[in-house]
Design a protein around this ligand. Structure first.
Ligand code: DGJ
Length: 657
């Protein structure tokens, strides 16, 4: 067998092609010094050998009874083929090429401790072929059978759950044409060493965990197949999205750090500006004077960017109209948007704008002018959700309209921030002979890339009715992601904990609002709310016109403190604590502690403060917390006290020597 090792920072991924050349298989995956081989010993019974081997990419026709990653049918009616190994190329990563009628290239690239995998498929034959199943990769996991995943719904995204699989199959996905609220494209296997896979795709997708007869979990990740499959004409190539596998000897918390590092590597590393967004304060009731009143208060507490959300454009006084007609509503901004932005500048504030470019209101002028741009299935009425339809972004003229609309807005007005929303799933399947999902998502990515290229000073926040489009692809194309519309303190904390298992703090947009909990309505202090939001990219969304002077002073204090360590939050290693989170950077750490239990304890009985052991420190070094100096070993084992009656704390730990 020929083998190749992809060496990461602390882990390696070893892949091999047996001498017969009929497939590639996993040889080992894990920490450099703990690489466990996964080779199968013994004899298979009643199945082909390929069905028990730790296959990297399983093809129907090589493998039969175990799950396959690729099913292709040809003009002869067969759906089996048997590619053979051609060659390996080792330039930027590794490429393993196999050939039959369809030429398959397995691509690998190591980034930190994450291994990117994708496939490209080229039709080398004289006739059309159809791809019926087309995963990005299969990842054999060398140990563990507890599978963790993230599920949710609107206002309740990123809930953590797990399932133990002694045998059998567990599948999650999205049939919504968008990453979806229901599940994140993320599966983690928890063991002594933790393994995880994420799929970088913002359309429909599917991920499965299967336990093979030897007891190993194998994760498949890929785009959902459409009913008629994807047609490849002779000479055409199809490229899958990336699936990213990660591995950590520091358990699932360490695995999250590997994913964070991977996302940071693709980010623009911007200083996260403190924004104010008026959505929760005013919803569609936008009046320039009132917005300015909010802006004056926001500027007074240290906010840097003022974002006007949904409702600024003509025909948009509620969610039934306006989408598509991206012109500033003169009734809302009587002096024009330029003058409004000028007034914000006088207050020292930059300006940001909300858009939802992929959608269209049926009553809009755009819908009247271009009915052919509306996504519909031939012969059927398009499906209305939240009173809106979708533009058919698989069309290049629609992509051009969206790009030119954004380009015009960003070139006309002094805008430094764009909140890109998407408030409905894509349900109409259109003409199934076209790869609708692939074309829509490719056009979306192209527009986002062009935005970065042509308007580099504009930061983009990705939002989709809360957190319905959070995935590794979006994480590499936008600056921040909005995890949820739920901003109530205890609910939000739980959502953020789930988010952080897959996504880094520099991406986690988080606002302080006045919201009550949907799930957990217990009250928490304003400090608590701030500390929750400061653990990501801090914003304010409260109705500041109702805040007292004391509340505004508290806000100003927190914002000032946040500005002192926000770059550390965005770039540090994050550790989960028993009741909080620690951001370990140099030369300091930032620790947030939250009381998530019963907030009504009055403290009338004798007790002791709870202690929270810290993490990520060197036991042999010294650290200062407040006026006290402690050895690292003490902070790691005994920890710091959680002193009441405050329900949260933010501590800065100075790293001394
Ligand atoms: C859904 C978003 O998640 C909200 O923050 C807000 O922008 C609304 N859409 C506006 O319609």
């Amino acid at each position: 067998m020929r083998t190749w090792t992809l060496r990461g920072t602390t882990t390696s991924y070893v892949v091999g092609v047996p001498d017969h050349g009929r497939w590639a298989e996993l040889v080992a995956w894990g920490p450099h010094d703990g690489l466990a081989p996964v080779a199968v010993v013994g004899t298979e019974h009643f199945v082909p050998r390929a069905d028990v081997e730790p296959m990297e990419y399983a093809v129907r026709g090589v493998r039969y009874t175990s799950p396959v990653d690729l099913v292709v049918s040809g003009s002869d009616g067969s759906d089996e083929f048997r590619p053979v190994f051609v060659e390996a190329r080792e330039a930027d990563g590794l490429e393993l090429e196999f050939a039959d009628v369809v030429r398959i290239v397995l691509h690998y690239r190591m980034v930190g401790d994450a291994v990117e995998r994708w496939v490209s498929l080229r039709n080398d034959g004289p006739n059309e072929v159809v791809l019926h199943r087309h995963d990005s990769a299969g990842f054999v996991v060398p140990g563990g059978n507890t599978v963790k995943y993230l599920w949710g719904e609107w206002n309740s995204e990123f809930q953590q759950a797990s399932v133990t699989l002694p045998r059998g199959r567990f599948t999650i996905g999205s049939a919504q044409g968008i990453t979806g609220h229901s599940y994140s494209p993320y599966l983690v296997v928890d063991g002594d060493v933790a393994y995880g896979v994420q799929l970088a795709w913002s359309g429909s997708w599917e991920m499965s965990a299967d336990v093979d007869t030897t007891g190993l979990v194998r994760i498949q990740a890929g785009r959902t197949s459409s009913s008629l499959g994807i047609t490849l004409k002779p000479g055409e190539t199809w490229v899958s999205p990336k699936a990213v596998g990660a591995c950590s000897a520091e358990g699932t918390d360490g695995l999250a750090r590997v994913f964070h590092e991977y996302e940071r590597a693709a980010s623009r590393k911007r200083i996260p500006k403190v924004l104010y967004n008026s959505w929760f304060a005013t919803e569609f009731d936008i009046r320039a004077e009132h917005q300015l009143e909010l802006a004056r208060r926001a500027a007074g507490i240290g906010v840097e960017t003022f974002v006007v959300d949904d409702g600024w454009f003509v025909g948009r006084s509620d969610d039934t109209g306006g989408l598509g007609d991206w012109e500033v509503d003169p009734a809302k901004f009587p002096g024009g948007l330029d003058a409004f932005i000028g007034q914000l500048k006088d207050l020292g504030l930059d300006f940001g704008l909300w858009v939802e470019p992929e959608s269209v209101s049926p009553t809009s002028q755009l819908a009247k002018d271009h009915p052919e741009w509306i996504l519909r299935t031939p012969g059927r009425d398009p499906i209305l959700i939240r009173n809106q339809l979708l533009l058919d972004l698989s069309r290049d003229d629609v992509a051009e309209f969206i790009w030119s609309t954004l380009d015009r807005l960003l070139s006309t007005y002094d805008i430094t921030y764009l909140k890109w929303d998407a408030n409905r799933p894509r349900l109409d399947s259109g003409d199934q002979r076209r790869d609708l999902d692939g074309r829509v998502v490719a056009n979306l990515y192209q527009i986002l890339e062009k935005l970065r290229d042509r308007h580099p000073k504009v930061s983009v926040e990705g939002c989709a009715g809360g957190g319905a489009r959070v995935d590794l692809a979006m994480a590499s194309l936008v600056d921040t992601l909005w995890p949820s519309d739920n901003t109530a303190p205890l609910d939000r904390l739980r959502i953020q904990e789930g988010f952080r298992t897959g996504f880094a703090p520099h991406l986690m947009s988080s606002w302080v609002t006045d919201a009550e909990g949907t799930h957990d309505g217990r009250e928490r202090s304003l400090d608590f709310r701030f500390h929750v939001a400061m653990a990501g990219v801090l914003g304010i969304g409260a109705d500041l016109s109702r805040w007292t002077d004391d509340q505004l002073k508290t806000a100003a204090r927190h914002i000032e403190q946040y500005k002192g360590f926000r770059e550390l939050i965005a770039s540090s290693l994050v550790y989960r604590l028993t009741t909080g989170v620690q951001y370990v950077g140099a030369p300091r750490s930032v620790v947030f502690l939250w009381e998530t239990g019963d907030g009504n304890v009055r403290g009338t009985l004798p007790t002791r403060p709870r202690r929270v052991p810290l993490a990520g420190l060197d036991p042999a070094k010294n650290y200062r917390v407040g006026n006290e100096t402690y050895p690292g070993s003490y902070l790691l084992q005994v920890g710091i006290p959680f002193e009441g009656p405050a329900d949260s704390h933010c501590l800065v730990v100075e790293h001394l020597d």
